[in-house]
Design a binder for this molecule. Structure first.
Ligand code: GLA
Length: 420
């Protein structure tokens, strides 16, 4: 039922709202004290789309080379990506030469990166962007290039000297859990000691889970974001697996997320080959609800206008980047519909409803407004705007209202509920 604007709010309801604000504003565990990633990192990361293609003879346009990153940097600047917040251009595995130099320093493959990483960093900075790089806590990277074990301090200093702004630190080829944990901590401290602001992106919990439960409070003290689960693939199954893992473990992981430290469900694969339009909408909506780093892995030289508009949707990005920094969670799952919600600043809420039924057409779903936001999303009324799949104002609703929406198979409807 819709309400007219301008209705008086009873005093006790205002008090409830105030209480909610106080409760939601409690900080999580202490974050890595480097002042970075106060909202989830946004940028581009090469892995899912370009993997470990080192054959620049056969595939000059898609091999891992400075040319690829320079082209992406140019497009991030000229095609509106930087303007909406995508700032970090990140190199993943396979950038290195197979051996360290005579002083024990990592070096870029000289054929594929003739200007070196420093030259690339200068170029990326000249476009108003930041550069991310990749290394591994173990004896080798996952693809078999030199690992940082035994070289943490040298590598941190090398990255700082080159002007690197983010390090993705992988966890392959570790001999023991102690090696893994101590290595992740050591590198965090080594990066801090360089005095350069370097976002520290970890995979520590992912590599720990098979052996023991990670201590997230501790991880947050060392990392700006951390991967928990398998690598994302360009497929609906992969997106579903990530969402299932996240909701199954939400009690353990959501409270620890907040300004300075985030759970990382891996890259956005929007704009590639494997997801339908509705599935791309689902990934964008749910990555916003999960307060996930938004690291696209796609080819900005060849991307459809529709995928570009979705990735550049300012309203959805604003939810992802909400300054309150609370990660959302799955509220319920019934009859193949999942409802997720996320508290936002100014007592607003984001609500995502996903239709997981892969047979039939669009389905209607009715939700009682009172069941959202722990009963406080719409007291005594609110304005609801649908943001995805298309933006449209739904109008004023009251606490006692029901809301009926229609969701495509494997698609999501993303709503914003704002105080009236
Ligand atoms: C691991 C990581 C991926 C990617 C590859 C590179 O699988 O989880 O994100 O960095 O290594 O080899």
């Amino acid at each position: 039922m819709k309400l007219e604007n301008g209705i008086q709010q009873p005093g006790f309801l205002l008090a409830l709202r105030f209480l909610a604000l106080v409760l939601w504003s409690f900080p999580g565990a202490r974050a890595l004290d480097n002042g970075l990633a106060m909202t989830p990192t946004m940028g581009w990361l090469h892995w899912e789309r370009f993997m470990c293609n080192v054959d620049c003879q056969e595939e000059p346009d898609s091999c891992i080379s400075e040319k690829l990153f320079m082209q992406m940097a140019e497009l991030m600047d000229s095609d509106g990506w930087k303007d909406v917040g995508y700032e970090y251009l990140c190199i993943d595995d396979c950038w290195m030469a197979p051996k360290r130099d005579s002083k024990g320093r990592l070096q870029a493959d000289p054929k594929r990166f003739p200007g070196g990483i420093q030259g690339l960093a200068n170029y990326v900075h000249s476009k108003g962007l930041k550069l991310g790089i990749y290394a591994d806590v173990g004896n080798k990277t996952c693809a078999g290039f030199p690992g940082s074990f035994g070289y943490y301090d040298i590598d941190a200093q090398t990255f700082a000297d080159w002007g690197v702004d983010l390090l993705k630190f992988d966890g392959c080829h570790c001999d023991s859990m102690e090696h893994l944990e101590n290595g992740y901590k050591h590198m965090s401290l080594a990066l801090n000691r360089t005095g350069r602001s370097i976002v520290y992106s970890c995979e520590w919990p992912l590599y720990m889970w098979p052996f023991r439960k990670p201590n997230y409070t501790e991880i947050r003290q060392y990392c700006n974001h951390w991967r928990n689960f398998d690598d994302v693939y360009d497929s609906w199954q992969s997106i579903k697996n990530i969402l299932d893992w996240t909701s199954s473990n939400q009690k353990r992981i959501i409270d620890v997320a907040g300004p300075g430290g985030w759970n990382d469900p891996d890259m956005l694969v929007i704009g590639n080959f494997g997801l339908s339009w509705d599935q791309q909408v689902t990934q964008m909506a749910l990555w916003a609800i999960m307060a996930a780093p938004l690291l696209m892995s796609n080819d900005l030289r060849h991307i459809s206008p529709q995928a570009k508009a979705l990735l550049q949707d300012k309203d959805v990005i604003a939810i992802n980047q909400d300054p309150l920094g609370k990660q959302g969670y799955r509220l319920r799952k019934e009859d193949n519909i999942e409802v997720w919600e996320r508290p936002l600043s100014d007592l607003a809420w984001a609500v995502a409803m996903v239709n997981l039924q892969e047979i039939g057409g669009p389905r209607f779903y009715t939700i009682s407004i009172a069941s959202l936001g722990q009963g406080m999303a719409c007291i005594p009324d609110c304005i609801i705007t649908q943001l995805l799949p298309v933006k449209r104002k739904l109008g004023f609703y009251q606490w006692t209202s029901d809301l009926k929406i229609q969701i495509n198979p494997t698609g999501t409807v993303l709503l914003q509920l704002a105080a009236n």
